[in-house]
Design a protein around this ligand. Structure first.
Ligand SMILES: Cc1ncc(COP(=O)(O)O)c(C=O)c1O
Length: 406
C-alpha cells in the first residue's frame, strides 16, 4: 500500500439506492468457490472511459494544456452537481483545502478543530495555511468528528476560529450538529469532502453545508482527474478569494493581467485534468450506485460474522469511498485476506496526532481514545465499481473462510 486512502472512487448523482441484486443469503451458501487464484482482487482500480481519452486528445491537438475554458466548464458542472453556486478547481485536494482556508479568512495562529482520524492532508492543510489543528475525538460508529467532543473542546478553549470536519470513507460527518455549533460560536466551517463525492444528508449533498468544501480527484477517489481538487461554496466572496489565491493572488476578475492584489500560489488545475473530470462527473452517479450495490452485497453476507460492517445513519447517503470493517483481529484478518489474494487497505493505522510530524502540535493525545482504537481495528475491503460479481464473491468467501477457520 503506497498511499493513504488511495482506493477507487466513484459515485453517482442520480441516487437510487440499490436493491443489492438478487441474492440475499447471509450465510455465504451462495458463494460457490469461484476464486481464481491467479486473479487478485485489487483494493482500487481507477478507470477512464473512451470519452475521457477523446476529450483529452482533442485538447492536446488544440494545444490547450493549462488553465482555460475547459476548467471553467468543469467548475460550473461540479458546482451544479453539489448544489452550490461556485466552484474553484485546484491542483489537488490538499491545495483545495489550503485555498479554502485562506479564502474563509484563516489568520496566522488561528486554531481549527478537525479529526485525528483522517489522511494527514486534512490537518496539514491547516498548518500550511498558517493555522493550528486542534483534534477532537471521533464517533466510534461513523469514524467522523463527534459533535459532543467538539463541544467539549469549544468549552475549554477560546481560540477556535473554525471547524474542518472530514466525511471519512464516503460517509458525511454530522453536519447539522457541527454547523449549529459553528453558528453558536461564530466559527467558519470548511468540509473535507475529499472522500465523499455525492454523499448526502437528508437529500442535500456534502459540499453544500459549510462556508466552503473541498474534494480530491486523486485516481482512487470516487471520481478522478488524475491529480486534482476543487473548492465549492455558496459564498461569492470565498469563491473570489479562492480563485485569486490559486492563481498567485491575481485580480479575480480575470481582467487584471499581472495585477497581484494578494499573496497566493499556483494551485491551478490543467485543462487536461478538467476534461477527464467532466467525463468522470457524468459517470459519477453510476459509479456511486455500483459502490453502494457492492456495499449492500457485503452487508448482507457478512452480517453474521464477528466484525462490524459500516453504518449508514438515518438520513445519510454513504458513497463508500471505502467499505471499512472493524475487528480486534484486524492484523490477522489482513494477512489472511492477503494470502487469499484479496487486496485490503488500512485507513489509517496511525491517527494524525500520533504522527511524528505532529509531535509538537498535538495537545490532547490522551483524550482521543476512539481514534486510537479505530486505528488498530479498521480494515477496508475492495468496494470499487470495477469489481465483478466473481470479485465480490471472492471477497466474501475469503472473509468468511477466515472466520470459519479460526
Ligand atoms: C480526507 C482527505 N483529505 C484530503 C486529501 C488530500 O487530497 P489530495 O491527495 O488530492 O491532495 C485526501 C486524499 O487523499 C483525503 O482522503
Amino acid at each position: 500500500m503506497t498511499d493513504t486512502d488511495r482506493t477507487p472512487e466513484t459515485d453517482g448523482g442520480t441516487e437510487t439506492s440499490t436493491d443489492g441484486g438478487t441474492e440475499t443469503e447471509a450465510s455465504g451458501a451462495d458463494l460457490a468457490p469461484e476464486t481464481d487464484a491467479t486473479t487478485p482482487v485489487p483494493i482500487a482500480d481507477p478507470e477512464l472511459s473512451a470519452d475521457a481519452v477523446e476529450r483529452v486528445e482533442s485538447l492536446l491537438e488544440e494545444g490547450r494544456l493549462a488553465d482555460g475554458p475547459e476548467v471553467r466548464a468543469f467548475e460550473d458542472e461540479f458546482a451544479a452537481y453539489c448544489g452550490t453556486d461556485e466552484a474553484v478547481a485546484t491542483s489537488n485536494g490538499t491545495t483545495a483545502l489550503h485555498a479554502a482556508l485562506e479564502a474563509v479568512g484563516l489568520e496566522d495562529g488561528d486554531a481549527v478543530i478537525t479529526s485525528p482520524f483522517s489522511f494527514v492532508a486534512s490537518a496539514n492543510a491547516i498548518r500550511v495555511a498558517g493555522g493550528k489543528p486542534v483534534f477532537a475525538d471521533i464517533d466510534p460508529e461513523t469514524y467522523t468528528l463527534d459533535p459532543t467532543e467538539v463541544e467539549r473542546v469549544l468549552a475549554e478553549r477560546d481560540d477556535i476560529a473554525g471547524i474542518l470536519p472530514v466525511h471519512l470513507y464516503g460517509l458525511p460527518a454530522d453536519m447539522p450538529a457541527l454547523c449549529d455549533l459553528a453558528d453558536e460560536h461564530d466559527l467558519f466551517v470548511v468540509e473535507d469532502a475529499c472522500q465523499a463525492h455525492g454523499a448526502k444528508i437528508d437529500g442535500r449533498r456534502v459540499g453544500a453545508f459549510g462556508d466552503a468544501a473541498c474534494f480530491s480527484f486523486y485516481p482512487t477517489k470516487n471520481m478522478t482527474t488524475g491529480e486534482g481538487g476543487i473548492v465549492v461554496t455558496d459564498r461569492e466572496d470565498v469563491a473570489e478569494r479562492a480563485a485569486s489565491y490559486v492563481n498567485h493572488g491575481r485580480d479575480a476578475s480575470g481582467t487584471g493581467g499581472y495585477d497581484h492584489v494578494d499573496l497566493g500560489h499556483n494551485f491551478r488545475m490543467t485543462s487536461i485534468e478538467a476534461a477527464i473530470g467532466r467525463a468522470q462527473l457524468e459517470r459519477l452517479p453510476a459509479f456511486n450506485r455500483a459502490r453502494r450495490e457492492n456495499a449492500q452485497f457485503y452487508d448482507e453476507r457478512l452480517a453474521d460474522l464477528p466484525l462490524e460492517t459500516p453504518t449508514e445513519p438515518t438520513g445519510s447517503r454513504h458513497v463508500y469511498h471505502q467499505y471499512t470493517v472493524r475487528t480486534d483481529d484486524r492484523d490477522v484478518l489482513e494477512a489472511s485476506l492477503d494470502e487469499r489474494d484479496v487486496g485490503t487497505g488500512i485507513y489509517y493505522d496511525t491517527p494524525i496526532h500520533r504522527q511524528p510530524a505532529y509531535e509538537t502540535v498535538s495537545t490532547a493525545a490522551a483524550r482521543l481514545p476512539q481514534a486510537e482504537r479505530a486505528a488498530e481495528e479498521v480494515l477496508s475491503l475492495p468496494v470499487h465499481p470495477g469489481l465483478s460479481e466473481r470479485d465480490r464473491r471472492t471477497v466474501v468467501r475469503a472473509v468468511r473462510d477466515h472466520f470459519t477457520s479460526q
